[in-house]
Design a protein around this ligand. Sequence first.
Ligand code: ACM
Ligand code: ZN
Length: 625
Amino acid sequence: MDRQKILLLLIFSILFCGCTVRENIKDELIRIIPLPNYYQLKPGDFDIDEHTAIGIEVADSDMVALAEYFNTKFVRLTGYRLPVKPSGKIRFDLTQDSTLGSEGYHISVASDKIEIEANTYHGVFNGIQSLLQLIPLNTVRKSKQKSLWEIGCIEIRDKPRFAWRGLMLDVSRHFFTKQEVMRYIDLMAEYKYNVFHWHLTDDQGWRVEIKSLPRLTSVGAWRAPRVGNWWERTPQSESDSLSYGGFYTQDDIREIVEYAQTRFITVVPEIDIPGHSMAFLAAYPEVSCSGGPFSVNVGNTFYTKEENSLCAGKEKTFALLDSVFNEIASLFPSTYIHIGGDECYKGFWERCPDCRKRILTENLHNTDELQSYFIRRVSSFLQKRGKKVIGWDEILEGGLAPDAIVMSWRGTKGGIEAIRQGHHVIMTPFEYCYLDLYQGDPAVEPNTYSMLRLQDCYKFPIVPDDVDSTFIIGGQGNLWTESVPHYRQAEYMTWPRAFAISETLWNESHTKNWEFFIQRVEKQFIYFDRLGINYARSMYDPIVNPFIDDGELKIELSTEVDGLDIFYSFDNTTPDLYSNLYTSTLSVPKDASMLKVVTYKGLQQKGKQISLTIDELRRRVEDKK
Ligand code: ACM
Ligand code: ZN
């Protein structure tokens, strides 16, 4: 580019940026995730000091509870609890406004008062989340005479795009305590999630007390302790102590459900049948095809290699499941119950005389239809108890049970087919929603599989082309925990990707603004740092893309986040901001054996250093083929 062109470009960008920068100065005040559907920043601010009161109808116990909730969060941010009285200037009120629906809210921050109005307490709660995120994190003015926290004046009118905004936590592969589950739910609520999908059972542990079937937890909740790569674990032996595991008592469950209710989160339990049932079979081998014996899986084998499906031929299977779902239906007030249905290996059914007999007596044609028979039978039991049944998209195989809701995880095709058949759908395609996938370069992340970067999560389209979107009740992120051995790692895998999913499910806008999203994510990081919540900074790491061009290995470097410089070395030294600055595609210098890459913002290292041998880069090119 010649000098004149550069000058022209500079003049244009100054003129153009003149307005966007002014816009951005305003927007920089906003850190709310999910972004409200309508907001307008106004001049002036409302000053909160320790005497500023919350104003509510004090006879309204639900509103008192919301004021108390606000205070528990406000005290964590500021160290102060605010008084609550009818004349308070931070008002929480119910209203009647048909534009807000059941979860929407209106916030008005003026210089003399703050008002949150909604049709429901849930709407007020959502407004409280937005208000809490308007309280400044960095610019606290701690002067005794003057205001302590200045909230910029703003008008927000907001309601969600989808009714179902969920996160799923798998507590079978690894166990998370009652307190940890509550912490997970508490944080979900701050980002306006409203469904906690609780994956309570799987091959690696049965985690919910069923009083009529005590062996489900006395046997099914415990396994030999193992660490390390999930797929390489030594199978359980006779001499192993069964010391790893745990379960939730029915009192624990009730406590968690109530806790979630105070945060307007519905707890949807999943009892994964007929596959993924090795823990069930360890406890009650008589409902298997072969008779067993079985032990709770420690993570050593994949599901097709070992028997893990309940027998579809034996009546006792359905008798035990009636007991399980009877207790589950009473324990969980949720209208929705998830019965799994995924990845049921049918090889043992094919060889089982009882299953074969069932196929004959029920006039079925194959084991897909046997699975459908199984799901229909359990569904009708639950439906008679007033519940709505959800299953993973495999429940389409052999025919959908009447009124079943499909959770589409193998892409969106299952969801599209279910909609075609007139069923409701929850979208959770793995390529946008699986929080167990890598979120950065495998060289610097804990071992897992595949890849879901934050930027891809943010692109979650939810509604496929040419479907009737009214059948899509929402979507969710799923955290499977094979490679998530403890709670801090669960946080690391969830955040910030769950910010992206929450925003996609809430905000109507089809023109997403990635840079503005990242600005807000970075403010949430400051908040998380303050509270000691773990999260992944992988979005700052370099992205290394090797490829072959004309027979030669070439390397492209990039970043997810704008404004980062990438530095690299091929000479085995540690790169810093005085190393080679990446500007265009790299060729590998003769005899180099290692590439090291790092990102900086100004003088500050932002991403992790990624070190890859040239052999590994060549392997990655091969793997892409
Ligand atoms: C699943 O990922 N098996 C639903
Ligand atoms: Zn069988």
